[in-house]
Every structure is written in structure tokens, then in C-alpha cells.
Design a protein around this ligand. Structure first.
Ligand SMILES: Cc1cc2nc3c(=O)[nH]c(=O)nc-3n(C[C@H](O)[C@H](O)[C@H](O)COP(=O)(O)O)c2cc1C
Length: 307
């Protein structure tokens, strides 16, 4: 359909954001089976967990799936493993570094500025994601997507994916008109049946409007000085929590870990405790979340009319 879909092999110019803890093999495969580009999210997970994700994804789809790595959290052996099993590997939240770019895969980098986009291309990336400040989760961008996207588009010669606040088919079209080769969508996919997010987190997204998404540094424990977008209700609930531990999570194959008040980890199906007081990441696009859908329904809604 265009140079992004040609590069990655998806049917539609729609990428699901790799969201560590939320975007496991089940979500990524469902998105790819629906014609988008599904991405597994990787942060601190151990090699054995990632190995299991890769086996699961291979059993669930034959379409291309990629992996998004939080650059300063992911271990080199994990990157090596995903690069040996998946065709697309990308990074976020460190300045682009050629030493991180694996050979023999299509590598991308999510960036928040024109200079960072140029550095990504110089480092060997074959596409970049321009992230506007409307984005859910950690936010690299300092300007709205409508400003960043055309600037990045004219500065680099690789496909540019637009991210941040895109939750409707109209927003998808608008981003493509502004020069994006594809869009990247996170928050909408958190509220899907295949997402690994905690059900109470998903309910909070369904009940929220765009105004409830706020840019903050509040959930900085474990990842300090890093702006992120969450639901305002989470900041209020964490502020009112009686203890510095608001719950516990037991990662697959791992040991129980406390969920700290104002900690950066978002709650998933392995988490117990006061979910409302945890990092409920949400972009401005949360206004478009009005019910829980399947990933395929979200892809079909956002790509309606494409052929
Ligand atoms: C719950 C959640 C977790 C996220 N985790 C990651 C992550 O692990 N790695 C990453 O590159 N981006 C992550 N992001 C940011 C996305 O890549 C993307 O920029 C963002 O979701 C786009 O905005 P939207 O949520 O309005 O669609 C996350 C976003 C959300 C909502």
C-alpha cells in the first residue's frame, strides 16, 4: 500500500505500539492477523519470558510481528534473541545508538524531535516513529504531533510513523494527510480483549475522556525524570494511598514484586492491590475508548475504507 507496508510486510499502515507488560504475544498476533503490524513490548522481562512470547507468537500468526524494546531496560541477550526470531526490532527512550541497532532486521526508533529522528537514521534505522506529546505512556515529544510530524517528514528519507493521540479513523486519515506513512496506536489497543492490561485499568480507560489524560512526572519511581501521560485519577488515587506499597505483581515465571506508590509499572493481569492508584497510562486518544473491543475490531475501525 505504501513504503511502510512494503518495508514491514503488513496489509495496513497501522502499527500497534509495543507496550511492555500490556502488549504480549496474544495482542501482537491478533493485530498482525487483522492486517496491522503487531508489536510485542519488552522492558525488564527475563529471557525465558521473552522466549515464551516468541514461541506463542509463532504459534498464533504467520504474519510479520515486531518487538519494541525500552532501550535502557532491555538486556542485550534479549535483543539478540528477538532479532534472531522476529523481522522488526525497535527502540525507545534512549538517544539512537548504532551499537544497539541489530544487523539483519528492520530497525526502527521512536523519537520526539527532528534531531533525534536524524540520529536514528544515521544509526541505521529504516523507519522512525514521530511521537507527539499527546501520546500515552512515556513521552519523548515536547510538541504536538501536528507540529513534529511534518518537520520529521521533511528531515528524513525513511518511512515515518505518526504516534500520539490517534484513536479514530479520522485521526488516522489526518496523520496520513500530514505526511505519515503509517500510524502507531497504543491506548486504543490497551482496551482490547487481547491486551494483558488489568481489567480495572481497562474499565478506567472506558470511563475516561481526553481531558482526563495528563502529562506528568508523577509515576517516576523506577524511571525518574521521564514525562508520561496517565489518567489524572491515578495521580489522585496514588496521592491519597495510605501506604508506599499499593499492590503486588507476580510476573510470569518470576518472583512477586511490590507495586510501589508512584511506581512506573502499569498494572496487568498478574497484579493485585489498589489498581486505581497505579500508573494508568493513557494518551489523549483515551476519549475514543468507549468499550472493550477485539484487536481486530479496532484495526477494522481505524482502517475503514482503506484498500
Ligand atoms: C500503556 C502504554 C504503555 C506503553 N509502553 C511503551 C513501551 O513499552 N515502549 C514504547 O516504545 N512505547 C510505549 N508506549 C508509548 C507508545 O509507543 C506510543 O507512543 C503511544 O501509545 C501513542 O499514543 P496513544 O497511546 O495515544 O496511541 C506506551 C503507551 C501506553 C499507552
Amino acid at each position: 500500500m505504501n513504503r511502510f507496508t512494503d518495508l514491514v510486510g503488513s496489509r495496513w499502515p497501522l502499527q500497534q505500539a509495543g507496550m511492555s507488560g500490556t502488549a504480549t504475544a496474544t495482542l501482537a498476533a491478533a493485530v498482525s492477523n487483522a492486517g496491522g503490524l503487531g508489536m510485542i513490548g519488552v522492558g525488564r522481562q527475563h529471557l525465558a519470558v521473552i522466549e515464551r512470547y516468541l514461541d506463542e507468537v509463532a504459534a498464533l500468526t504467520t504474519d510479520p510481528v515486531g518487538c519494541t524494546c525500552i532501550a535502557h531496560l532491555v538486556q542485550p541477550d534479549v535483543v539478540e534473541l528477538v532479532a534472531s526470531r522476529l523481522p522488526i526490532v525497535e527502540f525507545f527512550y534512549e538517544w539512537p545508538d548504532p551499537a544497539r541497532v541489530p544487523a539483519n532486521v528492520i530497525c526502527g526508533w521512536q523519537v520526539g524531535s527532528v534531531d533525534e529522528a536524524k540520529a536514528a537514521v544515521d544509526a541505521g534505522c529504516r523507519y522512525v516513529i514521530a511521537q507527539g506529546m499527546e501520546a500515552g505512556g512515556h513521552v519523548r515529544g515536547h510538541v504536538p504531533l501536528a507540529e513534529l510530524l511534518p518537520a520529521v517528514r521533511s528531515a528524513v528519507d525513511v518511512p515515518v510513523v505518526a504516534a500520539g493521540g490517534i484513536g479514530t479513523a479520522a485521526a488516522v486519515r489526518a496523520a496520513l494527510r500530514l505526511g505519515a506513512d503509517a500510524v502507531r496506536v497504543g491506548t486504543r489497543f490497551v482496551a482490547t480483549r487481547e491486551s494483558y492490561a488489568h481489567p480495572a485499568y481497562i474499565d478506567a480507560l472506558v470511563g475516561a475522556s481526553s481531558d482526563d489524560s495528563v502529562l506528568t512526572e508523577a509515576f517516576g519511581i523506577g524511571w525518574p525524570n521521564a514525562p508520561h501521560r496517565v489518567l489524572r485519577s491515578a495521580i489522585d488515587a496514588a496521592g491519597a494511598a495510605p501506604s508506599d506499597v499499593v499492590g503486588e505483581t507476580v510476573p510470569r515465571g518470576g518472583k512477586p514484586m511490590p507495586m510501589l506508590r508512584f511506581g512506573a509499572s502499569s498494572p496487568n493481569r498478574d497484579t493485585t492491590g489498589d489498581i486505581s492508584a497505579m500508573a494508568l497510562y493513557a494518551g489523549v486518544s483515551v476519549g475514543a475508548v468507549d468499550r472493550v473491543m477485539t484487536a481486530a475490531e479496532v484495526v477494522a475501525e481505524l482502517c475503514a475504507g482503506f484498500d
